[in-house]
Design a protein. Structure first.
Length: 249
């Protein structure tokens, strides 16, 4: 049986992502904030997952709200972050409705690629704009075309010493620009091994498409950067970070 995205994997997501340098991601985020002279107090962490970045930000003194479309992921975020003052809510990005504005909105870990309909990407950017204070920033990243062409999503780690083993097989269609990743997981739970599968789908967006969607949402694109650097993105960049601003009314 194949589950929907981020359902069965939710309880083991942090084990799966154990090697991700979350502190380094936040350090780069603050580097971009310094570059643009923004000292935010309030942050909306869009597609927050289990709240790892939300937690680091809250511990650094930011007022953080985390939102994710997966109920399972939000349940994990709430359970694992009871000791820090973060509000977690389950909402789809394209339906975002919090009735407040933030100094900063972030959307990390190629979450926007999961919006496989360009109309949903446009609607998400519009909802982000409505939730940004004038002068506020929207910082996000996407998997770029090079990542799909290089088949970076076909990968595996079957080390039986790990709590979660996985094998992923990706199929990217350059005509539709949809990448479908068939994921098989084996988890060790109380000395019992069980297997489950999920199918994840991402869309490859061009820089031009992203710029256009930002512009249509009333957001000014300030930076298009090769990930974790201050260099302009290139054709060979596999991940790209964007910085956009909601201008003064």
């Amino acid at each position: 049986m194949c589950a929907e995205q981020f359902t069965e994997i939710a309880p083991w997501y942090d084990d799966l992502m154990a090697g991700v340098p979350y502190e380094s991601w936040v350090h780069y985020l603050e580097r971009l904030l310094n570059r643009h002279g923004l000292r935010p107090r309030s942050v909306l962490d869009l597609a927050c997952g289990t709240g790892r970045v939300s937690r680091i930000l809250a511990q650094r003194g930011y007022d953080v709200v985390g939102v994710d479309g997966s109920l399972g992921m939000i349940q994990q975020a709430v359970a694992k972050n009871k000791d820090v003052p973060i509000t977690f809510l389950c909402q789809r990005m394209q339906d975002l409705d919090l009735n407040r504005q933030f100094d900063l909105v972030i959307c990390l870990f190629d979450s926007l690629n999961y919006l496989t309909d360009p109309n949903d990407l446009q609607q998400t950017f519009c909802r982000v704009a409505d939730h940004l204070r004038p002068g506020g920033l929207f910082i996000f990243d996407i998997n770029a075309e090079a990542a799909f062409e290089m088949d970076l999503f076909t990968q595996s780690n079957l080390d039986r010493n790990r709590r979660v083993q996985y094998a992923w097989r990706a199929n990217y269609d350059p005509q539709t620009r949809i990448c479908e990743v068939h994921m098989r997981f084996c988890v060790n739970q109380e000395d019992v091994r069980r297997e489950f599968r999920e199918v994840h789908r991402q869309r490859c967006y061009t820089v031009g498409e992203v710029r256009s969607a930002l512009r249509n949402a009333g957001l000014t694109c300030l930076d298009v950067l090769e990930a974790f650097t201050l260099r302009p993105a290139r054709r060979t960049s596999d991940r790209i970070h964007f910085v956009a601003r909601r201008d003064e009314a």
